[in-house]
Design a protein around this ligand. Structure first.
Ligand SMILES: *Cc1c(COP(=O)(O)O)cnc(C)c1O
Length: 238
C-alpha cells in the first residue's frame, strides 16, 4: 500500500533529522551528506509526494521500472529538477536505457559496461555521472570491483569523455561494527582522491536505512534510503 503524503513527509523529515544528528556527532557540517531517496517498487505518485516535500534526488534499482517512472514524473512534476540515480546492477543489454535516461549510475564495476555507456550517452545530455561499486567486505558472490583493483578501473574510465567519474559506492553486508567496514571504504575513497586528483571525485555513496548513521560517522557523502522514507517494500523485491 502506498504511504500517505503526510507519512512520506514525516518519514523523510525524520531521516533528515537523523542525518543532521549523525553529522553533528561526527563533527561534520550539517549539509555534508546528500539524501538519495530510493523509490524502487514504489509508485510514481510516491516519488511525486516526496518531490512536493522538497526531495530532488531519487534512486532506482530496476532499469525499466526506473525509465517508466522518469517519464511519469516528467508529467507529474514538469521542470521539477529531479535527478535520477541508477543504483542497481546493469547488464550489457540495459546500458542504452541507463545512458539515455539516468543522470547517475552507482554500480560500475567493469570496463566493458563503462565503454558501452560512454558510446551510448546521447550528445545532447551532459556526461553520465558514475561511481565505482567496490566490494569492500569481500563477499565473493557480490558485485563490485575488489578494493585493490579500484584505482586501475578508475584510471581506465578517465579515457571515456561521456562519463564523469564521481566516486565510490558500497553495499556491505550487515555486521556488528558497521563503522569499521564503512571506514575501510572511506580510506580507499581518500586514497583514490589523492591518486586521481580529480575535482569532481567527491562522492562516497554508502549507507542505507539500517546503517546510515554508521556510514555518516565513517564519512559517507550520500546515503541511499528507501524503506525509512517510503515504508516496507513487498518482500519479493526487497
Ligand atoms: C534498496 C537499496 C537501498 C535502500 O535500502 P533501504 O534499506 O530500503 O534503505 C539502497 N541501496 C541499494 C543499492 C539498494 O538496492
Amino acid at each position: 500500500m502506498m504511504p500517505s503524503m503526510t507519512e512520506i513527509a514525516q518519514h523523510r523529515q525524520a531521516v533528515l533529522t537523523r542525518l543532521q544528528a549523525a553529522c553533528a556527532a561526527a563533527g561534520r557540517e550539517p549539509g555534508a551528506v546528500r539524501l538519495l531517496a530510493v523509490s524502487k517498487t514504489f509508485e510514481a505518485e510516491a516519488v511525486h509526494q516526496a518531490w512536493c516535500d522538497g526531495q530532488r534526488e531519487f534512486g532506482e534499482n530496476y532499469i525499466q521500472e526506473g525509465v517508466d517512472k522518469i517519464a511519469r514524473l516528467r508529467e507529474l512534476a514538469p521542470g521539477g529538477g529531479l535527478v535520477w540515480h541508477c543504483i542497481g546492477p546493469v547488464q550489457s543489454n540495459k546500458t542504452r536505457l541507463v545512458a539515455e535516461h539516468f543522470d547517475w549510475l552507482h554500480t560500475v564495476d567493469r570496463l566493458k559496461i563503462a565503454q558501452r555507456l560512454n558510446e551510448q550517452r546521447p550528445a545532447h545530455l551532459p556526461p553520465l555521472n558514475v561511481c565505482l561499486q567496490v566490494n569492500i567486505d569481500g563477499g565473493d558472490t557480490k558485485s563490485g570491483v575488489a578494493p585493490h583493483e579500484a584505482l586501475g578501473l578508475a584510471q581506465a574510465l578517465l579515457a571515456l569523455p561521456r562519463l564523469r567519474l564521481r566516486g565510490l559506492m558500497t553495499i556491505p553486508d550487515p555486521v556488528d561494527d558497521m563503522v569499521a567496514v564503512h571506514t575501510r571504504a572511506r580510506v580507499l575513497f581518500e586514497d583514490l582522491q589523492r591518486a586521481l586528483a580529480l575535482p569532481d571525485f567527491d562522492t562516497l555513496s554508502m549507507g542505507m536505512s539500517g546503517d546510515m548513521d554508521a556510514a555518516v560517522q565513517a564519512g559517507s557523502t550520500m546515503v541511499r534510503v528507501g524503506s525509512a522514507i517510503f515504508g516496507t517494500r513487498p518482500s519479493k523485491t526487497a
